[in-house]
Design a binder for this molecule. Sequence first.
Ligand code: SF4
Length: 370
Amino acid sequence: MTPQTASPIVKGWCPGALRPMMSGDGYLVRIRPPMGRLSMRQASGVAALSARFGSGLIDLSARANLQLRGVAEPALGDVQDGLRDLGLLDSDPAAESRRNLVISPFWTTGDLTQRIALDLQAALVDAVDLDLPGKFGFAVDCGAAPLLRETSADIRIERGRDGLICRADGAGEGCAVNADTAVTVALDMARWFRTGTEKRMARLVRPLPHRFKGAEARPAGTVDRTGLAGFAFGRIRAEVLAALGTVRLTPWRMLLVEGGVVPDHPDILRPDDPVLRVSACPGAPDCAQGLVATREVAKALAGALPPGKGLHVSGCAKGCAHPRPQDYTLTGQSGGRFVLIRNGCAGDAPVRSDLDPCALIAAPHELFEG
Ligand code: SF4
């Protein structure tokens, strides 16, 4: 077995379909469906590719992407050909990397979210001069109130107090825009960002130019969960994806079933299922950096989680499946044990250490007591 260290490897780039990433269970092929939507044909096509060339397991990411797992290297070309036939492959890896946007899944035909997202997708593909850091992304969230506040994004086009705004992540105000100007302003903001050395907008150490301010943000809204189909830890089996029909991807590791009728299936969780308050990255052995297996522990702890609280179980300190603070975070350490972090992220200072996975599974309530 490969020796593991406690320090995660920071790759600084995100995998895609044209730039797959090697993981513990084979290649991970990340698909960014245009408009975050898979037609029935695309969903069953992706499911067929996963079953034939991968492990038959597909992960839903926190940025509303799909990840085919366990693809063998000789099959990568077949998977890419299949995705191209389904209209799910970009023209080149740089365009794929730039087209990093999360779209509110509740858009309707002709509404502001759809119009702006379509324009932004096309503009990002065309912006060949725009060399953004690997994880830099956009959110288009123009419904009655913002719903993507908890989703990682650097530039947000969203509903402000008095109309649409384009806002730098972390800023309390943005700049007033409309359907015709939003994309131009977003790209102007991205180009200004590249004049510095920061990797993410939220870590900005320079003042924002005046032109990106002046319009107040609006408080976040509440997600209507009708039509949402949840999956434990965001993992879906290929045959279940194929049975759902046309779906939209969400950043909540749930799929929105178009038409609103969620089929009864043992793998599909209702939106109030406590397991959906628990996230877990693939961990060991699926992820090559995983120091501990995560999902068995996460499943055991889900039933003991106090009401209204959330738990993340991370295979290492990188915390890539939940980069934001959580009520409880268990982080794997070398030696196969966990540490517990309260109200923080996977790499933050722990309040407890040396937690044995078997003991957590045997007595899950004990973690949340005291
Ligand atoms: S956080 Fe999880 S998925 Fe990310 S590198 Fe660590 S073990 Fe792998």
